[in-house]
Design a protein around this ligand. Structure first.
Ligand code: SF4
Length: 728
């Protein structure tokens, strides 16, 4: 028997009872007329990472509604579909309710409900044991979401230096590395895109509209209503493509060929921003030579896009420059050469002169907010760099995949994990076998979550955190057009026996004699102290929720201004000197994609507007809108396989992994060489009663993983699937 068996909570805690009929109506069971006693509390939505500020209304102490805060630049006063469904996260009857501890009775492993004292004592004792035997630095943390900061603080105080988030190696890492190598800075989050002022916007595999990144969607809508030209490059006729003047249905995997051809046209026709390029960039001569051979005719053979269309769209971009935005995208871990593709996007923006210019990328600002005074952290014996084993010199953040690899086997570096708010089996491609090996090796796995997600099955201890509507978290101080702070305050008392993250971290810290790092009774004290340093207070923020501050610097570069960029040459590096130094291509090199085997199709994936990946599919209000994913199939493919709209199929990848069943949607909106599904469905965790077993999970079908040699991300779009039709 393994030291730690994967446990599905259902089998151990009694099978889920049938759902009560009122469940689907979420929190709106009893419509409220708005005539009772109304109270309003500010919050920051946590249904996705965009962190829109909102206001939660209660009537006579009962949840009523959540709306956007009109002073908030992230949301512009309007929450998206998912954000307005946030109350159902609070009322979800499947929430984790009490701490759970892995036990073994008569040789059978299971989970037992325990008190907080027992769970926290257990964790502190194991952490102490790991520190004594191996060193405090042998703990690693995976996290996603703002509450993770409390546990980072705890682990840093303990002497740990290993932190990783899927938002880097499974999402935007290649983009951030590429832009840093080019401009010395990243696009950030929310992205510093000035879309509302753009005259031309280019979206490359970016599904804005299906991805409801609130502020971005609103800015894109504004640009469209201002008659901006929209150019969408996507193998699929996405929502954004349907709003575009140009849809380029590119052959999957060939985007870099298109980008090189666009640069070729813009340089050859001399329609780049000459003054900007001369003043601010380094390596133009090398770039010009590099793209000389990449004509639209060459790109046609790779991309399937006509040379005329490539030329026409390149000139469209140049015509509107510098108010042309080639969008940097967000989830960009596709084919393994992603840093190079994102470098090409960054370079194209530089040629058009859009970085730091109106309609391109603005200069964001945050509030200079002091940290609450606590002792300095000890210097850890090792950091997360250890997991990279000397590779990926340009990755400035931890790599989740490398941390998992360094947690397997008796001689592994890591001996314990904290996993906060991230369901690793459904965000890391093909990771389940490795998770099982890591679980068998590690001495401690603590999972902190709200729902009994798949990751809880690997834990020693499961800690039920309360939802964002029941807790304080750190002030939101994200980059924006104006410096701005937003408050998340508890609206409701924590349901069941759940607790706020700040409380849990403090309790563990005190058990480890780290009380000096947690000198507060309530986290409101920390927030109030910070707010007073910038002329506000907790009281004021409880009234207003969002406070905007005046800018201290211009929003765009000034004409002819001298600027030193944070790159080795101090210039925008078209030719990346650091890439050259580490032996990588300093100019983007195109690698043709792998072709699918006969009878297989490239697996493409994305989002639906009602869900944030696997985190929301059990939300009753959002489930009601979109309960399952569907598989987009071109009619030619459907005919070949005898598939009809509404049929259910299973998918099998080239490694023989077979998915759960998924409903077919026959549509011309996808190329015949690909299929498409939304991510986040196909849960196997039985205690998530609404969503368990509904739809198919794209992540488990990703076993052909292409690692980016520059920064170690996992390319996830190199997987091919075929059909296993139920009736066949
Ligand atoms: Fe919430 Fe939507 Fe804003 Fe995300 S974009 S934080 S889900 S309102």
């Amino acid at each position: 028997m393994n030291r730690r068996e994967f446990i599905k909570l259902s089998g151990l805690m009694g099978a889920g009872a049938a759902l009560p009929p009122a469940f689907l109506s979420g929190c709106s069971e009893h419509p409220l007329p708005g005539s009772g006693e109304i109270s309003v509390t500010p919050t920051i939505c946590d249904i996705c990472f965009w962190k829109c500020a909102g206001l939660v209304y209660q009537e006579d102490g009962k949840p009523w509604k959540v709306v956007g805060n009109k002073n908030d630049l992230h949301s512009k006063g309007t929450l998206c579909t998912r954000g307005t469904g946030g109350l159902a996260a609070y009322s979800d009857p499947d929430r984790l309710k009490r701490p759970l501890l892995r036990t073994k009775t008569k040789g059978k492993q299971g989970f037992q409900e325990v008190s907080w004292e027992t769970a926290l004592d257990f964790i502190a004792e194991r952490m102490h044991g790991i520190a004594e035997t191996h060193g405090a630095d042998r703990l690693a943390m995976f996290s996603h979401g703002s509450g993770g900061a409390h546990f980072k603080h705890l682990l840093k105080a303990f002497g740990c230096g290993s932190f990783a988030a899927p938002s880097f190696a499974q999402c935007r890492g290649p983009r951030d590395v590429a832009f840093r190598q080019t401009f010395g800075e990243c696009p950030g989050s929310p992205e510093r895109t000035d879309m509302a002022n753009s005259r031309c916007i280019v979206l490359i595999g970016s599904h804005i509209g299906e991805n409801l990144h609130n502020g971005q969607v609103q800015m894109l809508a504004e640009a469209i209503s201002n008659n901006a030209t929209l150019i969408t490059v996507d193998p699929r006729f996405s929502v954004a493509a349907s709003k575009s003047r140009y849809w380029l249905p590119i052959k999957p995997g060939t985007d870099l060929a298109l980008l090189l051809a666009w640069m070729h046209v813009i340089i050859k026709d001399g329609c780049y921003d000459r003054d900007y390029v001369q003043r601010y960039t380094y390596g133009f001569a090398e770039l010009s030579r590099h793209v000389q051979a990449f004509t639209p005719e060459w790109a046609y053979l790779e991309t399937g896009l006509s040379p005329e269309l490539i030329r026409e769209t390149a000139l469209e971009m140049a015509k509107s420059a510098p108010a042309t935005l080639v969008h940097p995208g967000r989830h960009v871990t596709w084919y393994g050469d992603d840093t190079q593709r994102l470098r090409a996007i960054a370079i194209l923006n530089a040629l058009l002169g859009s970085w730091g210019r109106k309609g391109g990328f603005y200069i964001p600002e945050t509030v200079d907010l002091p940290k609450f005074p606590v002792p300095g952290y000890p210097v850890p014996e090792s950091t997360v760099k250890v997991a990279k084993k000397g590779k990926y010199p340009l990755a400035r953040q931890g790599l989740t995949n490398a941390v998992v690899d360094s947690s397997i086997g008796p001689d592994s570096h890591y001996k314990g994990w904290f996993v906060y708010g991230t369901n690793l089996p459904m965000v890391m491609p093909g990771i389940r076998p490795k998770l099982e090996q890591a679980a068998d090796s590690l001495e401690l796995i603590v999972v902190i979550d709200i729902l009994p997600m798949e990751i809880t099955g690997y834990a020693d201890v499961i800690l039920p955190e309360c939802t964002y509507l029941e807790r304080y978290d750190n002030l939101r101080n994200s980059q924006e057009r104006k410096p701005s702070l937003a408050l998340r305050a508890p609206v409701f008392k924590p349901k069941y026996d759940s607790k706020p993250g700040w409380w849990i971290a403090k309790q563990i810290g005190e058990r480890l004699n780290l009380g000096d790092y947690f000198p507060w009774k309530d986290y409101g004290e920390v927030l109030d102290w910070q707010l007073r340093q910038v002329g506000s207070s907790l009281l004021e923020m409880q009234e207003i929720g969002v406070k905007n501050f005046p800018r201290t610097k211009p929003l765009y570069f000034r004409n002819g201004e001298d600027i030193r960029f944070e790159t080795p040459t101090g210039k925008i590096e078209l030719y990346a000197t650091k890439l050259a130094k580490y032996g990588f291509d300093p100019l983007p090199r195109y690698t043709p994609p792998e072709e699918p085997p006969e009878g297989y199709y490239r697996l493409n994936y994305g989002r639906v507007p009602a869900h944030t990946g696997s985190r929301t599919t059990n939300n009753a209000l959002l489930f009601e809108l979109i309960p399952e994913n569907s598989l987009w199939v071109n009619p030619l493919v459907a005919t070949r396989w005898g598939l009809q709209n509404g049929d259910y199929v299973q998918l099998k990848n080239t490694a023989g992994i077979v998915s759960n069943r998924i409903r077919v949607r026959v549509t011309e909106r996808i190329r015949p060489d690909s299929v498409f599904m939304a991510h986040g469905f196909g849960h196997t965790a039985k205690r998530m009663r609404l969503t368990s077993g509904v739809g198919a999970d794209d992540t488990e079908l990703m076993t052909n993983i292409k690692i980016d040699p520059i920064m170690g991300a996992t390319g996830m779009r190199a997987n091919f699937v075929t059909f296993v039709k139920e009736a066949i």
